[in-house]
Design a protein around this ligand. Structure first.
Ligand code: UDX
Ligand code: UDX
Ligand code: ADP
Length: 470
């Protein structure tokens, strides 16, 4: 019979584990939820008295305020939380491997493996172990093998796959009313019982018809497929944006017309400087790697093209900036507004802004950056990582971080919109214009500004996906 879950442990207090399990605690007052992490400063931030949480996510503070100390706890005592829990979410990071077999493609499962081994080592009672991080297919199988090979007699481990579909910036509303919750299990009596236990947790707030149950492998593949197809939509629209710019068509009008087809739907069709975030590229590369290891080279090539198109879009945009600024930006001041990979997050993983700035720096421009949420230290960290052969002191000579958009734009030749922060729409663009060198250019990589209004002020404006005269 299914176990009634009373205590949950979540291993990994990052962008996925933190918000997900905080919402579970909020919605399930009868379950004690402990989120653990090896990173002490991260846990300290989750526990901070003034709620200066380690991640920025609209609505998250309110959730933590209500649940923390009631039935939601953050701790570095991983072993204790594992021991006490009936159900354990594994939400550790799974970055793309940087070296060894599959480097640049395959996921680094080191963190998943060590968390799994820890569970096997310290558990003194049976557990339901839930894979929550996005992982390559068959990870659940590896986890099961590790747990079974290392557990004590009389203990059962049931593995579930329960991929998270939240998007950053809207994580809390996504978690409050998910399109679906997906649970994969072995189709054995024990597997199905474990699945029922987890369904009961979500049933506290998610309508039952939105909880989908499938086999383990379908669940793992569905997560990769969803991200790959979302990213593919963006690469498709971005490929069309290049045609628009060359012909005079308008990508906004095209996307609107296409999206009206109910078979297509209107969402996720915004042309941009390229997609970023921790998931899209990583998951597609996982799919490419998987296809290749299954000897399906055509399938691999098909998905790889989504990433190639994204790289092309970023390169195409930085080239447009250079070409438009009379074919050189050497010693010119370029202002980049936005550093996060999308609005309403402080997350910078795979952000298109990083690639653009790297390109500008390699042209020996001076770049001034402003982002409302990303911390200065994070920007330096990302630039140092993106430009490994240049010492950070050298990078710092070429880059300034500004406290607001107006300061950032002072004395620059061009303002580049890299992230669609709402506040960039409401900037006093006249004041910006007055402080800039002339001719003053705006490159809108996110289609958020009113180009005609800016032209009235005197700007030369280039918007992604529009072929009109600047
Ligand atoms: C994504 C998936 O949406 C989510 O379901 C999954 O759980 C994790 O990966 P996330 O990466 O947080 O979420 O954000 P998302 O809104 O999907 O945006 C990803 C990137 O695509 C961003 O850089 C965004 O700016 C870009 N994007 C999105 C576009 O360029 N155009 C669009 O129309 C939508
Ligand atoms: C298509 C467009 O749908 C229509 O809007 C346009 O005006 C003309 O082209 P049509 O070719 O008549 O219409 O049929 P459609 O239903 O789109 O199917 C096209 C092909 O795709 C068929 O061979 C169909 O079997 C196949 N298909 C469609 C699939 O294999 N899977 C699907 O999920 C849908
Ligand atoms: P995601 O976006 O997938 O949530 P993050 O990097 O934001 O990824 O979060 C993953 C978290 O998991 C990190 O804070 C990391 O310290 C933590 N972590 C990784 N391995 C372990 C482990 N074995 N035990 C506990 N925490 C871990």
């Amino acid at each position: 019979a299914p176990v009634t879950v009373k205590k949950i442990c979540c291993i990994g207090a990052g962008y996925v584990g933190g918000p997900t399990c905080a919402v579970i605690a909020l919605k399930c007052p009868n379950i004690i939820v402990t989120i653990v992490d090896l990173n002490k400063s991260r846990i300290d931030a989750w526990n901070s008295p003034d709620f200066s949480l380690p991640i920025y996510e609209p609505g998250l503070v309110d959730v933590v305020k209500e649940a923390r100390g009631r039935n939601l706890f953050f701790s570095t005592d991983v072993d204790k939380a594992i021991k006490e829990a009936d159900l354990i979410f594994v939400s550790v990071n799974t970055p793309t491997k940087k070296s060894g077999v599959g480097a640049g493609f395959a996921a680094d499962l080191n963190y998943v493996e060590s968390a799994t081994r820890r569970i096997a080592a310290v558990a003194t009672s049976s557990k339901i172990v839930v894979e929550k991080s996005t992982v390559p297919m068959r990870t659940a199988e590896s986890m099961r093998t590790i747990l079974e090979a290392n557990s004590k007699p009389g203990l059962r481990f049931d593995i579930l796959s329960n991929p998270e579909f939240l998007a950053e910036g809207t994580a809390i509303s996504d978690l409050f009313s998910p399109d679906r919750v997906l649970i994969g299990s072995l189709q054995t009596p024990e597997g199905l019982d474990a699945c029922r236990s987890l369904i009961e947790v979500y049933a506290n707030w998610v309508p039952k018809e939105r909880i989908l149950t499938v086999g383990l492998w379908s669940s793992e593949l569905s997560k990769l497929a969803a991200n790959a197809m979302l990213a593919q939509r963006i690469s498709s629209i971005n490929a069309l944006s290049a045609i628009c710019e060359a012909t005079g068509a308008n990508i906004d009008e095209v996307a609107h017309a296409v999206g009206r087809d109910s078979r297509m739907g209107p969402k996720f069709l915004r042309a941009s400087v390229g997609f970023g975030g921790s998931c899209f590229q990583k998951d597609i590369l996982n799919l490419v790697y998987l296809s290749e290891s299954l000897h399906l080279p055509e399938v691999a090539a098909y998905w790889r093209q989504v990433v190639i198109m994204n790289e092309y879009q970023k390169r195409r945009f930085s080239k447009t900036v250079v070409d438009t600024l009379f074919n050189t930006i050497t010693n010119k001041n370029i202002t980049v507004l936005g550093f996060a990979f999308k609005a309403d997050t402080g997350d910078t993983r795979e952000s298109a802004a990083i690639t653009l700035i790297r390109d500008f720096l390699s042209e020996r421009a001076h770049v001034t950056i402003y982002d409302p949420q990303v911390e200065e230290a994070q920007i330096w960290y990302d630039l140092a990582e993106a430009i490994p052969d240049t010492p950070i002191e050298q990078i710092k000579k070429q880059v300034t971080i500004a406290p607001n958009a107006l300061d950032a734009a002072k004395n620059s030749e061009a303002v580049v919109i890299a992230t669609e922060w709402k506040e960039f729409i409401d900037i006093d663009w006249k004041a910006v214009y007055d402080t800039m060198n002339k001719p003053a250019f705006v490159f809108d990589g996110r289609m958020i500004l009113n180009a005609d209004a800016l032209r009235q002020i005197g700007f030369k404006v280039k918007t992604i996906g529009r072929g009109e005269k600047i």
